[in-house]
Design a protein around this ligand. Sequence first.
Ligand code: SF4
Length: 81
Amino acid sequence: MTLEDRPPAPDAAGVGLCATCAHARRVTSARRSVFWLCEMAATDPRLTRYPRLPVLRCPGYERATGADEARTGEEPREWRP
Ligand code: SF4
């Protein structure tokens, strides 16, 4: 999974590691509330499906491709003219 298809994450500081993790998926409810789903929790009992934020330490953390761009809201370098 990459973060390239995600919108910028202005709340990344409040989310913690999930904001740049390959196993995280941002979910918006019908009431426009935002949740962070840990997809790795399905196979790793140490993790929680909807972790309490901000996640500051995590044994499952794996940095996603494009994580720097998602954190800053900048476009990936290869897209620049
Ligand atoms: S593995 Fe950890 S950092 Fe990654 S999405 Fe799950 S809870 Fe968040």
